[in-house]
Design a protein around this ligand. Structure first.
Ligand SMILES: Cc1cc2nc3c(=O)[nH]c(=O)nc-3n(C[C@H](O)[C@H](O)[C@H](O)COP(=O)(O)O)c2cc1C
Length: 253
């Protein structure tokens, strides 16, 4: 899959929750497994383990059944949740590009045997399969995305095309916990800290959301012909923004 295809998928993808419960054929599953092996990471030093399992290993907690689940395990190191968002959003876009359905699922939990199958921490599932309604795996209009406006999520002027891709990113309970500051040369990514009530609902999944948005931002920047570098800006860290956590910056050349 080419970079420009990831870019175009950003504007069409949607969460699919109603699946055709028949398992995907072996070739398709092998393609997905191969793709899982080549996901780009934000932090190379964090161990991640991804396994495809059936619904038998999932306590679904009211969520509709899917034929397959990517089970995501990670070493619980600094930045690991953002790393998971960044990595697994690549598969969300890949599945959408291939007209398959997927949905990040933070509510379900793994059954004991799945939990014990890795010594890394269980992070999240991504449910996937053929959409029950194969006619509508994609959005056809931007207005179908329920999202905040660009003005609500950034104070950067002159980078609308780039930030639009981040604006459309999926997030836990559609919380969109991101804010982008800086300029056309460097975009600093901040996370809005959830309040007490929201924190009960979204747990620490908002940090996964941030990783998803960073991936969308990077894809858009590269599509628009920029070279990107992800860096940690010490000055931004100490320069506290009230109510926000500084996460990372994307340098653009
Ligand atoms: C980290 C994360 C966790 C999520 N958990 C769930 C979930 O447990 N159940 C669910 O139905 N949707 C879940 N979602 C999907 C979001 O509700 C969805 O992405 C958001 O409402 C935006 O809609 P869209 O993906 O169709 O654009 C999750 C999304 C993210 C990013």
């Amino acid at each position: 899959m080419e970079q420009n295809e990831y870019y175009h998928s950003i504007f069409k993808r949607k969460s699919i929750r109603n699946f055709d419960l028949r398992p995907l054929d072996e070739d398709t599953l092998a393609d997905i497994s191969n793709h899982l092996r080549v996901l780009e990471s934000l932090h190379d030093d964090i161990k991640v383990k991804l396994k495809i399992i059936s619904s038998d290993g999932v306590k679904r907690r009211m969520m509709k059944k899917a034929p397959h689940y990517i089970t995501v395990f990670s070493e619980a190191k600094n930045g690991y949740l953002t790393n998971i968002g960044f990595m697994l959003q690549q598969i969300d876009l890949y599945l959408s590009y291939n007209s398959l359905g997927s949905c990040w699922q933070g509510i379900p939990s793994p059954k004991k045997e799945v939990l014990e199958s890795s010594n890394l921490e269980f992070v999240i599932f991504i449910a996937f399969g053929k959409p029950k309604d194969p006619q509508s795996p994609h959005r056809t209009k931007i207005s179908e995305f329920k999202r905040k406006s660009l003005q609500e999520i950034t104070d950067i002027k002159g980078a609308d095309e780039l930030l639009e891709a981040a604006r459309l990113a999926p997030s836990s309970a559609n919380g969109q916990p991101w804010f982008f500051t800086g300029d056309e040369g460097i975009i600093h990514v901040l996370a809005v800290k959830p309040n007490f009530v929201k924190a009960l609902l979204v747990k620490d999944h908002y940090l996964i959301d941030i990783g998803i948005a960073i991936y969308h931002l990077k894809v858009a920047a590269e599509y628009l012909g920029k070279k990107t570098e992800i860096l940690f800006d010490e000055a931004m860290k100490s320069n506290a923004f009230k109510g926000y956590d500084y996460i990372i910056s994307l340098k653009l050349d």
